[in-house]
Design a protein around this ligand. Structure first.
Ligand SMILES: C[S@@+](CC[C@H](N)C(=O)[O-])C[C@H]1O[C@@H](n2cnc3c(N)ncnc32)[C@H](O)[C@@H]1O
Length: 450
């Protein structure tokens, strides 16, 4: 690392710590305020419940005190109550029986809190605190988060026992001692002691370590977290993870998916959509039980898209590729030819008149279909298409995906764009790929339902 980079990194870390401290002070301030009231009075309990236990309030404080850029760099996005409860719903029966659970990226404890609501409650607060301390584990890089997670769990236990919260509350060292500052990725077997793992790992990117078997270069940290968890836990461990959709749908993570599938005796996927209204990342929930794979989980789509795989796919009838012209990079050299970019590809039209440019690379003989690569799950149409006709081969810009009919007919192109305009195509793409662009593989795999 160059000297400047290293200084910038240190400054970034200091800023992050100072923002997180402000967040922690705010939460602790609320706790202190309420430690002066009698929590056995039901209306006060409701207030305490809202302020300290609800993930929503903690998330608002986080958003207020820690700027978005800092949260993005450090991968700090806390799970809202609805999603947290969905995650713990997968393992609720086990938690009720007293299973040990770990969150190896626990933040302020949103997932652990949701788990704790299912744990057995003892005869007294002391007994509950002792039992829960043996069942709940968590790691985070930041001391303040670990502290807040432990305080919130203490408050939840006190709330369930309708106990008065002690003035100047401080959690004893022995209480929730398994929730501590650790770098999960640097541990050999971080989740070895648990029956269940719940995790919403950081979603940032990093350079793959030399030991990475499934990719090189830039990779999702979340994928590495899951690999670490898989290599560390006992057989039969339940893992429930909130993960970015690119891990489910991206071609780059195919090998990672097959490693994960290969370690699962049970695996199911639930597509969630946007993480929350402030975070524009689509996520899914992975629930798996580690063990001998029964090889059923080769694709990570939902049951619906998996069952429709017997029907023909686009790649059965079309050659699919990305347009080769990168406007700012390709020199205006070679033969003159018609040139198609997103401004000339009028959506849902048959385009025959195009401007010309010189181009040396691969050109496509009409007729063919193009689909815009930019595509959002919220869009009216996920695959916006046009048909290109004419007598000369066309140079196509790289923001477009080219679909050339194998039988060479315009009839095939028309049939395809009718399908792409239909609701089932949107639904298919929304299940298959929640990123903000379409990939060649997602287009190839689209099932041609009428
Ligand atoms: C996306 S947040 C999730 C927090 C919490 N589990 C939740 O769902 O609200 C990820 C957390 O992981 C922590 N983290 C990032 N890298 C880590 C690492 N290598 N080891 C442990 N924790 C890490 C961050 O500080 C952050 O609090």
């Amino acid at each position: 690392m160059f000297e400047n980079e290293s200084i910038n990194k240190k400054v970034d870390t200091l800023h992050t710590v100072s923002y997180i401290s402000k967040f922690a002070d705010e939460i602790e301030g609320v706790v202190l305020k309420y430690s002066k009231v009698d929590s056995s009075q039901s209306n006060e309990i409701n207030d305490i419940h809202m302020l300290d236990f609800s993930n929503g309030k903690t998330n608002l404080a986080l958003q207020h005190f820690v700027p978005l850029n800092t949260r993005k760099k450090a991968g700090i996005f806390f799970t809202g109550s609805v999603l947290a409860d969905k995650v713990t719903g997968f393992i609720a029966p086990l938690l009720k029986k007293g299973a040990r659970v770990i969150d190896p990226a626990c933040g302020a404890g949103n997932l652990l809190l949701s788990c704790a609501k299912h744990l057995p409650v003892g005869k007294s607060l002391t007994e509950t605190l002792c039992d829960w301390s043996n069942l709940l584990y968590g790691y985070d890089l930041h001391y303040q988060f670990v502290r807040i997670a432990r305080i919130r769990l203490f408050l939840l236990a006190a709330f369930l026992h309708k106990e008065i919260i002690p003035v100047g509350l401080s959690v004893k060292n022995s209480e929730f001692r398994g929730i501590k500052i650790k770098d999960t990725l640097s541990l050999k077997r971080p989740t070895a002691q648990a029956d269940c793992v719940v995790v919403n790992p950081p979603f940032g990117y990093m350079i793959a370590p030399g030991s990475c078997q499934w990719a090189s270069g830039k990779i999702q940290i979340a994928a590495l977290f899951i690999e670490k968890i898989l290599s560390s836990g006992p057989k039969g461990q339940h893992i429930v993870a909130i993960l970015p959709d690119v891990l489910r749908s991206g071609a780059r993570y195919k090998k990672w998916r097959s490693i994960v599938s290969g370690s699962a005796s049970h695996l199911d996927i639930e597509i969630i959509g946007r993480f929350d209204d402030k975070t524009d990342v689509d996520v899914f929930v992975l629930h798996m039980v580690t063990g001998k794979s029964n090889k059923k989980f080769t694709e990570w789509y939902t049951e619906k898209s998996r069952s429709s795989r017997i029907q023909p796919k686009i790649s059965d009838l079309f050659e699919v590729s990305v347009g080769p012209v990168v406007p700012y990079r390709c020199p205006h050299k070679g033969n003159w030819c018609p040139y198609l970019d997103t401004s000339s590809a009028i959506p849902w039209s048959i385009v025959s008149k195009l401007p010309n440019r010189r181009f040396k690379g691969t050109v496509t003989e009409p007729p063919f279909v193009v689909v815009r690569r930019t595509s959002n799950p919220g869009d009216k149409y996920r695959a916006v298409a046009s048909i290109i006709t004419g007598s000369s081969p066309v140079a196509v810009e790289n923001h477009l995906i080219v679909l050339k009919p194998k039988n060479g007919t315009i009839k095939q192109c028309i049939k395809l764009i009718e399908i792409l305009k239909g609701a089932s195509a949107n639904q298919w793409f929304n299940e298959r790929i929640r990123c903000r662009h379409l990939t060649v593989s997602s287009v190839k795999e689209m099932v041609l339902m009428e």
